[in-house]
Design a protein around this ligand. Structure first.
Ligand code: F6R
Length: 598
């Protein structure tokens, strides 16, 4: 979703800002722009489409006589995709960019005659409103304060006002960070990108109004601006030998799972009882997330059901935030979010906090807003995920839930010490198993991808712990290939969805070797009997052979590693099918990496 960059007092304003916008590409966008500024002049360049378009347009513009730049990648919410609606919004007096949504923009538009009535974009309306205030108030700080007090919503603004030659940062809800190096300042909505420019960082807090005037940084809301060390150092934007980030990230899974597991065993879940007992005991647990993270929540339910006696359920964050929550019941909410910034999940977290419930966040982004809100953070060590479709973050989330469930099981005596150790050993072996699986399954995935192109639609079915994996497989396929797809619990097919089956459909049936195996194969056969093509993924080598089914062998699984073993093949199938379709795999249409608006 939208991205912001700002640079002050650097010798390479144009190239650095475009480089940073390029790094923000992974978030998803449809247009982009930059404004170069000095105390005499503001020069703005905007374009629709890729950053390469913007780069071409800016080719002959020199940044020599400017001292600052702001830039933006826009993912349209209010107002169509167009050059006009792209940010920055600028005139001779000021320029601004915004992430997030201004909720009361129509009210502001109706209240001030100075704002044209045909404008659609909430940021453009905010821009006209601020222009009006800057003209009205002699003191630009005052104009900014009034602006901040009127606008409502979740946003991050970066603004340059020529009159007093000042630069302002405003935050409420949307992330924005500032780093400082000698005289230069770097601003970005993704703080991990700033580690390339300075190792000192300040994450703005909600309510912050930061002013920068001739390298002097101050706060208009009297906040203490304490710069901390920016730890992130790796370069996640190097694709190496891979054609896409997604494929690179699929292949990284054995390694990041190894690191995550090592950190959990050696450090994080060490001394589990003293760290977690009070937070967990005597509470019901509700998992919360969106999209892929929600599928991790559902996997969590099956783990907890198997290894603990705790009552758990899952909620979509976008639904939970508008539901009534029982205040008398003691609930622990476990939020799952790769980015830690997803607006729905963040708002749901704030909502349950207001209702005095406790919270854990499982996240891949330790500097995110959710980390600052939750009682406890459980990190996943997946490293930065750049591809829009989540892969390695998902498997690390389920690894986190697997560990949490067996730790709680051990603490509450719902699993024996022997079973706990056995499961830990299975998790330790996962990286080797998954590495082999990726290599062995790749040729198979390519074959299945070819088969898929003869179908109009693809269904995924699974029961028990692979039911959420069926949902995830379907989400991955539709996200990156745009093929129509659904995921169903196998047992539900005859309650309605089987009506969809015809010879143009392909169903991928996940059939691990467990007590539901036979039932799962029966579900597959019922589909095949109705002329639907079926592919069975299973560790059971010999199936009852029936018409229209194609069997593919997977490694032997145990309950705890089942979701990993069935997820990776589906990621590879989606990837190779999308590759054949020629879609934009790392930045699929209409999608954003981090959904920071509602
Ligand atoms: C799908 C995907 C999304 C995210 C969802 C939540 O591949 O990536 O469905 O899982 O938008 O994002 P996070 O985990 O950042 O809260």
């Amino acid at each position: 979703m939208c991205g912001i960059v700002g640079i002050l007092n650097s010798s390479s304003l144009k190239n650095n800002s475009i480089d940073i916008l390029k790094k923000l590409e992974y978030r998803g966008y449809d247009s982009a722009g930059i404004s170069l500024f000095s105390k005499e002049r503001i020069k703005t360049i905007k374009s629709v489409g890729k950053i390469s378009e913007l780069k071409n347009k800016a080719q002959n513009v020199s940044d020599k006589n400017f001292y600052g730049v702001i830039g933006h990648t826009r993912w349209a919410t209010h107002g169509v995709v167009s050059k006009n609606n792209a940010h920055p919004f600028a005139n001779d007096d000021l320029t601004l960019v915004c992430n997030g949504i201004i909720e009361n923009y129509r009210k502001i538009q109706n209240r001030f005659v100075e704002i044209p009535k045909n404008i659609q974009s909430d940021t453009e309306i905010s821009f006209y409103f601020l222009t009006y205030l800057v003209n009205k108030y002699k003191n630009s700080d005052e104009a900014i304060r009034v602006f901040k007090s009127v606008i409502k919503g979740n946003y991050a603004f970066v603004i340059f006002i020529k009159k007093n030659n000042c630069f302002y940062l405003l935050k409420n809800g949307s992330p924005i960070a500032l780093s400082h190096n000698k005289n230069s300042s770097y601003i970005c909505s993704d703080s991990s990108i700033l580690s390339d420019y300075s190792d000192k960082i300040y994450h703005l807090k909600d309510g912050d109004i930061i002013k920068i005037q001739q390298s002097k940084i101050s706060s208009l809301n009297k906040a203490k601006i304490l710069f901390e060390k920016n730890e992130i150092k790796q370069n996640p934007y190097d694709k190496g030998k891979y054609q896409h980030y997604m494929l690179k990230e699929i292949h990284e899974q054995p390694e990041v799972i190894k690191t995550t597991q090592k950190n959990y065993v050696k450090e994080f879940f060490n001394d589990f009882e003293s760290k977690f007992k009070n937070l967990i005991l005597n509470k019901k647990i509700i998992f919360v997330g969106c999209g892929t993270a929600y599928h991790a929540c559902l996997v969590g339910e099956y783990y907890f059901n198997k290894y603990t006696n705790i009552d758990t359920s899952s909620e979509l964050a976008s639904e939970l935030r508008y539901k009534k929550i029982n205040k008398d019941e003691k609930i622990l909410f476990i939020f799952i979010s790769q980015s830690g910034e997803t607006m729905d999940t963040l708002m749901a977290l704030k909502y349950i906090k207001k209702n005095k419930h406790s919270s854990i966040v499982i996240t891949n982004s330790l500097q995110s807003s959710m980390v600052r809100e939750a009682d406890v953070t459980i990190p996943t060590y997946a490293d930065k995920e750049v591809g829009v479709a989540s892969t390695k973050a998902f498997t690390c989330q389920i690894l986190s839930l697997a560990n949490l469930s067996i730790e709680i099981g051990k603490m509450t005596n719902s699993i024996s010490k022997k079973d706990y150790n056995k499961n830990l050993a299975f998790l330790k072996l996962l990286p080797i198993k998954l590495k082999k699986l990726i290599n062995d399954f790749t040729p198979e995935a390519k074959k299945i991808a070819k088969k898929l192109s003869q179908s109009d639609t693809c269904y995924f079915i699974g029961r028990n712990i692979v039911y959420p994996i069926a949902l995830e497989g379907s989400l991955k396929l539709k996200e990156i290939s745009y093929m129509h797809s659904e995921g169903f619990p196998g047992g539900e097919m005859k309650h309605g969805p089987i009506a969809l089956i015809d010879k143009k459909s392909l169903t991928i049936c996940l059939s691990p070797n467990n007590e539901l195996y036979e039932k799962s194969i029966s579900n597959a056969e019922e589909i095949a009997a109705r002329n639907g093509k079926v592919i069975i993924l299973s560790s059971v080598k010999i199936h009852r052979k029936s018409l229209n089914t194609h069997n593919v062998s997977l490694p032997k699984e145990n309950f705890i590693d089942t979701p990993f073993i069935y997820t990776i093949p589906l990621q590879l199938i989606s990837y190779y099918f999308a590759l054949n379709e020629g879609t934009d795999i790392d930045q699929p249409r209409n999608l954003a990496k981090s959904v920071t608006v509602e």
